[in-house]
Design a binder for this molecule. Structure first.
Ligand code: COA
Length: 184
């Protein structure tokens, strides 16, 4: 667990604790993701989906396959970051995908993001991951400066994506034949 202190507007110090997320953090985490996805134009703000995704991630974290870290200040979740393990055939080892890096907008620029990333790096090292990677919006200059300070280097890769049909909408070959027979 990491901890750092922060000077508040009324000049007393407020401590920020960086710790693994708990299921009870869910509402605060969803709120932070809504802030993040409203900046990133590639994504939509869908709170129920984000809550479902977070539950899946927290389940993976319980099995040691992911880590969700939060920054807590005065009992409130004010920052978060996640990492999930994938296998890298390039590295011949496990590596980590970082996502969901966000700090509450009124508390940015005060070291919280750096502490969250330090916690992810520590977890990655402890779990023997060969490298960490992430995607960021090329127009997000502040985020690019943030990652540059943390020695993340840009690559020539671009992200492509394709939606998978939902299970309920899928009609397998057998059902399609049955459906055609019924229609005759
Ligand atoms: C990017 C982000 C997580 C960084 O967290 P943070 O707590 O503000 O970062 P830190 O205070 O630890 O580090 C500050 C550095 O980050 C950069 N930075 C990014 N956003 C900043 C902001 N709003 N204010 C000040 N610095 C910011 C600067 O390079 C700064 O370095 P400097 O102090 O030498 O100028 C946070 O600003 C944020 O939530 N931004 C919106 C969401 C986002 O873009 N997330 C990344 C998605 S890939």
């Amino acid at each position: 667990m990491f901890s750092h202190t922060q000077s508040s507007l009324v000049s007393e110090t407020v401590s920020v604790t960086v710790r693994p997320a708990r299921i009870t953090d869910l509402p605060g985490l969803v709120e932070l993701l809504c802030q993040l996805f409203s900046i990133e134009t590639d994504f939509e703000v869908r709170p129920a989906r984000h809550a479902r995704g977070l539950r899946l991630l927290l389940g993976a974290a319980r099995r040691g396959r992911a880590y969700v870290v939060v920054a807590e200040r005065l009992g409130e979740v004010v920052g978060m970051a996640t990492v999930q393990i994938v296998v890298s055939t390039v590295e011949g080892a496990r590596s980590g995908w970082i996502e969901d890096v966000v700090v509450r907008d009124d508390l940015r620029g005060d070291g919280i993001g750096t502490s969250l990333m330090a916690s992810l790096s520590h977890w990655a090292r402890t779990n023997g991951l060969a490298r960490l990677q992430l995607l960021t919006d090329r127009r997000n200059r502040l985020a690019l400066a943030f990652y540059d300070r943390l020695a993340f280097q840009p690559t020539h890769m671009i992200c492509l994506r394709s939606r998978c049909p939902r299970k309920t909408q899928e009609i397998g070959p057998e059902r399609q034949v049955r459906k055609r027979r019924q229609e005759r």
